[in-house]
Design a protein. Sequence first.
Length: 388
Amino acid sequence: MKGYVAGFLCAVILMSSTAIADTLYKKIDVLFNSVQIVVNDEPVEMDNIVYEGRTYVPLRQYSELLGKSVFYDEQSATVSIADREQSLIMSKEIAFVVNGEAVRVSTFKQMLNWFKYNLEIEEMDAQTYAEFKEFVKQETVANTIVHQYATDAGISLNGAEHEAIRNTISIYANNFGGMESFVKKLESIGITYDFYYWLQETAFLKDKLTDIIIDPVTETDIIDYYHQNIVLYSTPKVTAKHIFFSTTDDAGYSLAQTVREEKKKKAEDVLASAKRGNISFDTLMKEYSEDPGWQENPDGYTFTFGEMVTAFEKASFALQSGEMSELVESELGYHIILVTDRFTEYVPIEKVSESIANSLRNERYYKFAEPQIQNAYILLNSSVYDTL
């Protein structure tokens, strides 16, 4: 039994304590595996011995069953027992713990790099970085919770789904000249291929998890969403003609002040003629407009917000159909604008039904997930996390 006892140098004494000298050995008679061990009403397989009315069990195995971790320091011959989460944050490799699951420093650093790259962030002051870091921590928590809930629900990815991930990555990698170049690109921004693959796995798992935890999106849901958010799928447009007097040269530089004043005087005279109505707008446009594009657009330009010079665009949308503007000055010159039509262009529901369904799925998922994220038990390894 000496060899057996030596294997139990770390042991739990359940009934009383005893002092053992390091150099003291004696032959003993023990009862081997005679005690049934029950933890939280569940019988467990665990070797044990009974000696002089005391039951001895393996310290590490017993502690882990009780949610503890055991560390043995050979130099000091000290056994330390700690809560599992507390033991995780004793490591310099752990940034924080989410619901008992460790997030490694290397993972969190890569999450920081990933979002910095995708958000095209170059530099941040201390306050901005603190906010950015908190945002990335929340995203890391959200991803970790996806994996935790998937595990609890018995959800995993099958071979076909892993193959789909690899194919998707391969297609995307072609944008960078192939997989080898893509991996080098990832490394240049401070992330590994394995981390990138994990992000794709997370997206797949989230999609499968969503199917379980939310009500299916119906056609009625899609139609209702489309009409309630019709502004998202509508584009106001205007068709406008203009008589244009340029105040810049071919290189875009402003003309001399005297020339600009002459142009303005001419534009005012043409505007007066247009208002009198004895000469049609089209006739005046053909005779005086310095817009080189009017011949290709004799019926005017049709546009929405953000497509034209700001002053011209603003004046056009302020007019009703058939209404003519006063003289409008832009950085390019002077305009006399006639709006010939105003209308709203709608994206057909058939073209956006899939994106609406995805939006509703995400909305419903986050309605479920947000409380889980906010209420997650997060234990920071402050001495490590604060210095990242």
